[in-house]
Design a binder for this molecule. Sequence first.
Ligand code: PRP
Ligand code: URA
Length: 217
Amino acid sequence: MLLPTAMLMPMLNVQVIDHPVIQTKLSELRDKSTDTRTFRLLLDEIAMLMTYEVTRDWPTIKRPVSTPMEETQGAVLARPVTLVPVLRAGLGMADGVKRILSDARMGHLGVSRNEKTLQPDSYYAKLPPDVKETEVLLIDPMLATGGSAVYAVEYLKQRGVTSMKFMCLVAAPEGIERLHLKHPEVPVYCCAIDRQLNDRGYIMPGLGDAGDRLFGT
Ligand code: PRP
Ligand code: URA
């Protein structure tokens, strides 16, 4: 038996990044009068700002540093990073994340939700060969039914990835629940958990179709 989402939510591995600057940008992004150019800019900026929070608990290792004055111990990320946008809309977050994680390598997963069945259709995949040795950030602005995210996480696990986080802007309770029933150890970071899905699988109130708004299609 499934527990109601409202009861499950506190137990789930999800963090809402409710920073006031991010919330201000998210409100403008949601606005239907926001044009493509501004939508791109806001998505990019929010992704950049979220990255500080999402990476906060990544392990570091000590590294000796010679400053102009003396030797000291610095700290650097313990593992390389792979950024995996879910095409298309995830691409709109990639540059923002890379501004913080400039050494990150990139993988790409092409997944398109069938608008009738709401099932994910995969059409492209390319990952760095050593992806399993890296910290993976899976990025997609929308977590709706969770079908695309579950597919992407499973694909990465099959390639040996053991450490990954899912980063989105807007999540539906249904999507969080579905992702965590399958993959409870994968943390979800979002800027908002919206009310529900409508009967066409769109997030309400949401922001509409992220890919279409990002690419003007
Ligand atoms: C959107 C979004 C997610 C997916 C979420 O992509 O970017 O990938 O839908 O829906 P789900 O949780 O119900 O699977 P879409 O399939 O519309 O493709 P696009 O990015 O190419 O527009
Ligand atoms: N994909 C989107 O882009 N928006 C939604 O609300 C749901 C799925």
